[in-house]
Design a protein around this ligand. Structure first.
Ligand code: FES
Length: 438
């Protein structure tokens, strides 16, 4: 069975079996072997700054509560009462001293310890008097491992998984282009935006990992042209063709960017953000801090940390693709900005994200339309019978760009997609982290 799974995504030949996007059994295996074993993005430290602040979210399809503790640490536990399985917390976010299950009233403190059971003595009997062996200490919700990277909060159910930094590996410099431009780090502007797209989660995650091709060829071209300043002569506009793609040496992460051409950033975020990102004191400070990476020359960067954490540095949308069966994904997106940016810049990042990369955003529609249509096509029998092509750049001699760390190639390529699916197939076919570790 594991051999058959590996054959579904063949990186040596650049072939993808379309059934990986539709098969219910494979999806159930993804929940177990990918979503219960990978580091998953849950939110930002700024979402829960004070003791008792919480956010309810998901790890795969498992609902979880993420809570700030008295000592400043963060706990993440399954949002499931151990009595009969009701949600422990039913609101999106807030501040709590404890969580009380609305079914029979079991109460948990903010660390997830079961602290009160109604009629405990009368109904479960006192231990000393001979009883049914019930002990509250045994019945806290399942706890996940929690680690942070430069403001982002990740969690993992698997005790055997490597620590977060080992997991992120050589993708970290490509995350830093958004997260580490200033010693102040980032903060969140605006709320968590949530919407549902009837498509498989991998279309979204893989595109953010590897696919600049759609942006420079078809999908976003009308949006780019419409978004450029009206005084620009559109007949003179050429879409950028110079840039690179990065494939992580391990882990399925990937990124890509154009070089030296700000037209995409200008079209998406407007002149104010483009100027802030590329010129002036904030940009100069970022260039110094990120000296391994010439960020002032990078535009339209996309990135996925396997499996479902994606973001667009410069646009600064960051999202988790929560799977909802093989045919649906729930997007949770928020916007981060340099924490020391002027207020008008923070507001401009929020405003332009609403306009472009959000539930009703212009560019978001371009992407979603493609993924939804592919998912519809895959309802057909013949549509699932032949492999899809991921051969761009296959077997091309490696042309690393020395300006950027790690393995890089031409911006229009599918090396990162092959890395994404190769790691997917390994996670799906290797049940033990011992063989998966970098
Ligand atoms: Fe939570 Fe019964 S299900 S108290």
């Amino acid at each position: 069975a594991d051999e058959a799974i590996r054959a579904l995504a063949n990186q040596d030949q650049g072939l993808i079996d379309p059934r990986i996007y539709t098969d219910q059994e494979l999806y159930e295996l993804e929940l177990e072997r990918i979503f219960a074993r990978s580091w998953l993005l849950l939110g930002h430290e700024a979402h829960i700054p004070k003791t008792g602040d919480y956010l309810t979210t998901y790890m795969g399809e498992d609902p979880v509560v993420m809570v700030r503790q008295k000592d400043g640490s963060i706990k993440v536990f399954l949002n499931q009462c151990r009595h009969r399985g009701m949600r422990i917390c039913r609101s999106d976010e807030g501040n709590a001293k404890s969580f009380t299950c609305t079914y029979h009233g079991w109460a948990y403190d903010i660390a997830g310890t079961l602290v009160n059971v109604p009629y405990e003595k009368e109904a479960f009997y006192d231990k000393k008097e001979g009883d049914c062996g019930f002990d509250k200490a045994d019945w806290g919700p399942l706890q996940a491992r929690v680690e942070t990277y430069k403001g982002l909060i990740f969690a993992n159910w698997d005790a055997q998984a490597p620590d977060l930094k080992t997991y992120l590996s050589d993708a970290m410099p490509y995350m830093d282009t958004m997260l580490d431009r200033t010693e102040a780090g980032t903060t969140v502007v605006g709320g968590m935006q949530k919407w549902i797209i009837p498509c498989n989660w991998k279309f979204a995650a893989e595109q953010f990992c590897s696919d600049m091709y759609h942006a420079g060829t078809m999908s976003h071209v009308s949006g780019v042209l419409a978004g450029l300043p009206p005084e620009m002569d559109l007949s003179q506009v050429q879409l950028p063709t110079t840039g690179n793609q990065f494939r992580a040496a391990w882990g399925g992460h990937g990124s890509g960017w154009f070089i030296n051409d700000p037209s995409i950033l200008m079209a998406v975020m407007g002149p104010k953000v483009t100027q802030y990102w590329t010129q002036g004191p904030a940009a100069e400070k970022a260039a110094k801090r990120l000296n391994q990476m010439p960020t002032q020359t990078m535009f339209g960067q996309h990135l996925t940390v396997f499996p479902t954490c994606s973001f667009l540095p410069g646009i600064n949308t960051i999202r988790s693709w929560h799977p909802r069966g093989p045919n649906e994904v729930e997007v949770w997106a928020f916007v981060v900005v340099d924490a020391d940016a002027p207020e008008d810049i923070k507001e401009e990042f929020r405003r332009q994200n609403i306009r472009t990369f959000n539930a009703g955003g212009t560019f978001e529609q371009d992407d979603g339309e493609n993924w939804v249509e592919i998912q519809r096509v895959l309802r057909g029998h013949k549509a699932k019978s032949a492999p899809l092509c991921a051969q761009m750049g296959l077997n091309v001699p490696n042309k690393n760009n020395p300006d950027f760390p790690g393995k890089t190639g031409y911006v229009y390529g599918e090396e990162a997609a092959r890395g994404f699916y190769h790691h997917w197939s390994r996670m799906m076919s290797e049940p033990n982290w011992e063989t998966l570790k970098p």
